[in-house]
Ligand binder design. Sequence first.
Ligand code: AMP
Ligand code: ZN
Ligand code: FE
Ligand code: FE
Length: 284
Amino acid sequence: MSIRIDLHTHSTASDGTLDPAELVRAAAAAGLDVVAITDHDTTDGWGPALRALPPGLRLVRGAELSCRWDGEQPPVSLHLLAYLFDPEHPELVAELARVRAARLARGERMVDLLRADGIGVDWPQILALAGGGTVGRPHIAQALIRAGLVTTTAEAFGPDWLGERYRLPKEDIDVFRAVRLVRAAGGVPVFAHPRASRRGRIVPDELIAELAAAGLVGLEADHEDHSPAERAHVRGLAAELGLLVTGSSDFHGSHKTVQLGAFTTGLDAYERIVAASSGVTEVA
Ligand code: AMP
Ligand code: ZN
Ligand code: FE
Ligand code: FE
């Protein structure tokens, strides 16, 4: 029997729908041996996930950092998974707090744009939907569903809604700074869904090579937003650059259709991540 490792999931600490305790219980129920909690720009879910950890499940504490690459204008947004970093590293803590605050301001401005077009969503309701977690477009999507304007989150991310028309940029972290900070905090940076072109613009392979030189450790290859050809390309690039490869569900509860363990990471890559970290330990 092979060990089942899912290194990318979200809880209510950001835009997932299971709270951290429910998330780890669901991970155990789904037959996972290892799960990482990787909420957007926060470590708030770590404590509750740890306290609820079912026997036999290993927890990798992590986050998904909202980053930008300034090599094109407007900057390209990208996501950096960070594993097992020190959650008290002052510069990283400050950067995450800044990004969360910017997300709040941006969410409120997106709601202003919707309201200016007569769309009946309101900011306090969206804050309530986020429940104190990192605010993101999935929360606004939820408000659009409740208002009967769209039927699914996927529809809310269409070009007429939050995908384009009402989308505003976030004030993300420069990706080189993010890689350096994660490493300085003893963490292990892995580029999330690097070829997910259906989500928006993607970065060139040359940038990934530069990030590898700057301390990037891995690439997420197996992800629902990658086609088989894109997965193969990411694997090839990782082999070329000496990076490890991960696979993960990017589970968001009912905000997405993907299930825990839909994609998984090999034991060797997982062991390399643990060995490369010095921030916090994995917990069994
Ligand atoms: P934001 O971080 O506010 O820009 O919102 C983007 C987040 O929404 C991503 O990190 C995903 O978690 C989620 N997301 C993006 N596209 C979709 C989609 N088509 N359906 C559901 N969730 C999505
Ligand atoms: Zn998300
Ligand atoms: Fe992501
Ligand atoms: Fe994610």
